[in-house]
Ligand binder design. Structure first.
Ligand SMILES: Nc1nc2c(ncn2[C@@H]2O[C@H](COP(=O)(O)OP(=O)(O)OP(=O)(O)O)[C@@H](O)[C@H]2O)c(=O)[nH]1
Ligand SMILES: [Mg+2]
Length: 616
């Protein structure tokens, strides 16, 4: 006797699969208005219109045939007949959300290409109609090559027609459609899904139409990446050009406040600590608040407008070539703020190897702590020349530094996934949210939080490290004719470090800044500020750190210092969080070593290239 035919109910999360399954079989599977309600397969029985029994299996929702989580793996295994003790389904019932066609058709297209007899349930048609969306079912059938039935699972509408279609398929001799099998290219699937969705839409509301038009452009395989690059480019231009007025004002204010306090206090240790440590050191970091806020203004607006997820989509292909999972995008993106939350966000990556690779390359994304270092050096050494209307040289250099970090991370990921961390990989799919105008209050709250995080760092870790450095750099005190930075304890430590970094063009000032900058990268700026202030004594008057720097370093040294900061793992918190997330010292030690080696090579190569071009 033939076994009872099996029909698999599959589709994206939250499409209404369980609701339809319940309606068809009389079962009571849990339904809920969020993705991921069903996490196991469930089997139910019903009878076909001709009276023969049929079995339905309700599957967990998935975004594609390349599973990114265990429940999606169940779905794939059942559909490909790989599930133990389970036969290959005889037919598929694909459930799609009618008002979310272009997202849901991606997976549907993959499913149809499996070649099994298939019916598509165009579900939630009630909600689509309510929203003013009208679909051409005939056109959809023609494009997909399988029957399409409008359903409202919760009102039990369309059920009879679904059963009739299934009946016809199951009694006819099973025809396997020829095809080259399901596509695994998310961008190609997305494009095809959008084309079909657009063709099937007869009428829709303006908001839906705008979203479609925008996606057609922003996710375009060629225009999309160009637009993404342009957006990022603009972001770094803005960091420099928009910050001029507030940054200058803040700088003038800290300088004159430090000067005023220095004037009223009697000479001595306490005055030096305030003037040289707190004002020249921590003050030098705080003046970068405007730049940091401008950077986050862009990130917050891009996130809340719905563009960030699209950016993830564009980057996914690039990242999968580098052996990274698309899910790595969000952790890597958060690493632009700080690698610590970025590394914690890797918990959403299921594959342990993908996750490890992502953790190991996260410190290469340019975190906001590097911004003060970059801005200071660029401001001091790169002329504020305009390359073209609206395009400044300083912004271009900054963009280049960020790009170096990104490409460094991709390269490191390629090498790691072929050597130290073999394996991993796999495409990802996710729901594309609606475009919306960012809410001013959301952005304001986000900016306020970033400002507080930055000021808190300045008031705690940067302040304390700077004061320790100030103490080490102040004693013993220099006699007449001696330079403070030569005789102090910090000076002697710096001499030791200098022997190691002299070959890559670093001077003694940099050597002195490297060690305290392990606490937080910005401390490099604070340390240089303090050391110069101590050396200058009282005779130089009001001078910004930028002015002090540009007279003392060669351009080659400055560029080498920038290259160093692109790669160097100068951050204890990152090392600590890596230890915690990888449960041991092996990977953090590996990470620190490879990054220091990279930093050394990059700085050295930069220095010697610059010297060869006569910039020494
Ligand atoms: N208005 C309307 N709501 C529906 C329809 N079908 C399902 N729903 C609702 O949509 C939500 C999701 O339904 P589920 O059946 O849980 O979705 P699912 O596809 O099984 O989701 P996962 O198990 O997470 O993959 C529930 O709140 C349902 O009540 C429909 O045709 N019309
Ligand atoms: Mg379900």
């Amino acid at each position: 006797m033939n076994p009872v035919p099996l029909v698999a109910v599959a589709g994206n999360p939250n499409a209404g699969k369980s609701a339809l399954f319940n309606a068809l079989t009389g079962a009571r599977q849990k339904v809920g208005n969020y993705p991921g309600v069903t996490v196991e397969r469930h089997v139910g029985r019903t009878t076909l219109p001709d009276g023969a029994p049929v079995e339905l299996v309700d599957l967990p929702g998935a975004y594609g045939l390349d599973p990114t989580s265990p429940d999606e793996a169940v779905t794939r295994d059942v559909l490909l007949g790989k599930q133990k003790g389970e036969r290959l389904p005889n037919a598929l019932l694909i459930v799609v959300d009618a008002s979310n066609l272009d997202n849901h058709l991606r997976f549907a297209l993959q499913l149809i290409d499996l070649g099994l007899p298939t019916v598509v349930a165009l579900n939630m048609i009630d909600l689509a109609k309510r929203d003013g969306l009208e679909l051409d079912v005939g056109r959809l059938e023609a494009e997909l090559g399988v029957p399409v039935v409008e359903t409202v699972a919760v009102r039990k509408r369309g059920l009879a027609e679904i059963m009739a279609q299934l009946n016809e398929m199951l009694i006819a001799p099973r025809k396997i459609r020829a095809g080259e099998g399901p596509s695994h290219d998310p961008l190609a699937l997305q494009r095809r899904a959008r084309e079909i969705a657009m063709a099937a839409i007869i009428r829709e509301t303006p908001v839906r139409r705008i979203t479609h038009r925008l996606d057609g452009l922003l996710l375009h395989p060629i225009a999309g990446p160009i637009i993404l690059a342009a957006v990022l480019f603009l972001m770094f231009q803005a960091v420099f050009s928009w910050s001029v007025i507030p940054a200058d004002a803040l700088e003038a204010a800290t300088l004159s406040l430090g000067q005023a306090i220095g004037d009223v206090l009697p000479h001595g240790v306490f005055r030096s600590m305030l003037v040289d440590g707190v004002f020249a050191g921590v003050g030098a970091v705080i003046v970068f608040l405007p730049q940091i806020l401008i950077l986050f203004l862009f990130i917050l607006v891009l996130e809340s407008s719905g563009y960030m997820v699209r950016a993830a989509f564009i980057m996914d292909r690039l990242m999968s070539h580098a052996g990274l999972s698309g899910r790595a995008f969000i952790p890597l993106l958060s690493s632009f703020a700080c690698a610590v939350p970025g590394i914690m966000a890797t918990r959403t990556i299921d594959d342990p190897k993908d996750r490890l690779t992502t953790i190991l390359v996260a410190p290469l994304m340019t975190c906001s702590a590097r911004l003060p270092v970059y801005t200071l050096i660029i401001g001091a050494f790169i002329p504020a020349r305009s390359l073209a209307p609206g395009i400044g040289l300083q912004g271009v250099v900054m963009f280049g530094l960020y790009l170096s970090g990104i490409f460094g991370a991709l390269l490191a990921a390629i090498v790691l996934s072929k050597t130290a961390v073999k394996g991993g990989g796999g495409a990802f799919m996710m729901e594309l949210p609606k475009y919306q105008l960012p809410r001013v209050s959301d952005v304001a709250i986000g900016l306020w939080q970033r400002a507080m995080i930055f000021l808190k760092r300045a008031g705690t870790i940067i302040l304390s490290t700077t004061i320790i450095l100030w103490a080490l750099a102040s004693f013993p005190q220099a006699g007449p004719g001696e330079k403070q930075s030569d005789v102090s304890i910090a000076g002697h430590i710096a001499d030791g470090i200098h022997t190691v970094v002299a070959p890559i063009g670093f001077n003694k000032d940099i050597s002195m800044a490297l060690l305290p900058a392990m606490a937080a990268r910005e401390v490099a700026v604070a340390a240089i500020g303090t050391v110069y202030s101590l050396d200058a004594g009282n005779d130089q008057g009001l001078q910004t750190l930028e002015q002090r720097l540009s007279g003392r370093w060669s351009l080659a040294t400055a560029l080498a210092f920038l290259a160093w900061f692109v790669f160097a793992p100068q951050c204890i918190s990152t090392i600590a969080v890596t230890r915690r997330e990888t449960n041991g010292w092996k990977w953090p030690i590996f990470m620190v070593s490879y990054l220091f080696v990279l930093a050394y090579i990059a700085a050295g190569a930069t220095y010697w290239t610059a010297v060869a071009f006569g910039l020494g």
